[in-house]
Write a protein that binds this ligand. Structure first.
Ligand SMILES: [Zn+2]
Length: 325
């Protein structure tokens, strides 16, 4: 990247001097990360930092087709996750370059901002913020509030990212990416089609157990609170949970073969988030069916899980001993 030298209120501030050193590397990483997701290489982007000065909009940054501009105040005060923000702005740059300035300006805001939030990984945290706000202000129907076109501006804005989470929930992560890649060619999906998923997702987040909400409130910093909230949403999004529910239903109906296939697909599709959960469930069902020892070994090796924290561990042991007799 190339960078314009910053010359503003924080030029001599130790915090700025510290941040400055790592900015080029961080932009490169954001560019690589977005490029990897979209499966395309992204040409150089210029970065500059200026004082927000008269701009009191609260925006942290803006971009055009070539340059990302960060406001020094928010950056120096550490008001946001710099890496996520850079990914967000990099996506805007890519989107604008792909469509041209004119078409980009005509793209609806939900599509521009929602896709940027989703690609940057900001969408779950923002949905969680809405959920917390809804709970705090005693909304009886937080999901309905989220979808209300007359809700405050920040709700509308945060909803844009959630539209893409709803799309992901209704389809899959790869399909959501396909939709975003199609947007770079000017093709839009219809977010109203996923209104039901969005509502269900919001309701799920809000209905998180009281224990989880207490845990969030107990955090001593805003960033820690955000992290914990994001954890809840990500858990809700974990499609392995869906696989698990479906697999249990199938197993209860005596269809063990199909149950195992569903679980395997869930574990394979989401190895990072669902390995432990899906893997444990896989074993649970395997035990139910009294599969042979080879199936356990295979499932264990595949899922690479530590079974000890799961109640199922004892059952597996007992069964393995029985088989060894
Ligand atoms: Zn944006």
């Amino acid at each position: 990247m190339t960078a314009h030298a910053y010359d503003g209120a924080y030029t001599k501030d130790a915090r700025w001097l510290d941040i400055q050193k790592r900015l080029p590397e961080r932009l490169d990483r954001a560019r690589e990360s977005v490029g990897r997701y979209l499966r395309r290489s992204i040409e150089a982007i210029t970065l500059r930092v200026v004082d927000a000065g008269a701009d009191r909009s609260g925006a942290f940054a803006y971009s055009d087709g070539e340059t990302i501009t960060l406001y020094s105040e928010h950056l120096v005060l550490g008001r946001y996750d710099v890496d996520a923000l850079l990914r967000h702005e990099v996506f805007h740059v890519v989107h604008r370059r792909a469509l041209g300035a004119h078409k980009f300006a005509k793209t609806p805001r939900w599509a521009r901002e929602g896709a940027a939030m989703y690609v940057a990984g900001q969408a779950p945290a923002r949905l969680a913020v809405l959920a917390v706000h809804a709970v705090r202000t005693g909304r009886e129907d937080p999901a309905g509030w989220l979808l209300n076109p007359n809700a405050p501006a920040f709700v509308q804005y945060f909803r844009y990212g959630a539209e893409f989470l709803a799309l992901e929930r209704a389809t899959s992560k790869p399909r959501a990416r396909d939709a975003i890649v199609a947007m770079l060619a000017g093709v839009l999906f219809d977010p109203t089609v996923h209104a039901a998923e969005l509502k269900a997702l919001t309701a799920d987040v809000v209905r998180a157990p009281k224990k989880q909400w207490d845990n969030i409130r107990a955090a001593d910093s805003a960033s820690e609170r955000r992290k914990r909230m994001t954890g809840i949403v990500q858990k809700k999004l974990d499609r392995a949970n869906v696989s698990l529910d479906l697999a249990r239903m199938l197993a209860r109906a005596g269809e063990y073969g199909r149950a195992l296939a569903v679980l395997r697909a869930g574990v394979l599709a989401h190895p990072r988030t669902s390995t432990q959960f899906g893997g444990a469930a896989l074993l649970e069902l395997t035990v139910l069916r009294e599969h042979d020892a080879a199936a356990f070994t295979k499932a264990l090796a595949h899922a690479r899980i530590d079974l000890k924290p799961y109640p199922i561990y004892e059952d597996v042991l007992a069964l393995a001993e029985k088989r060894a007799e």
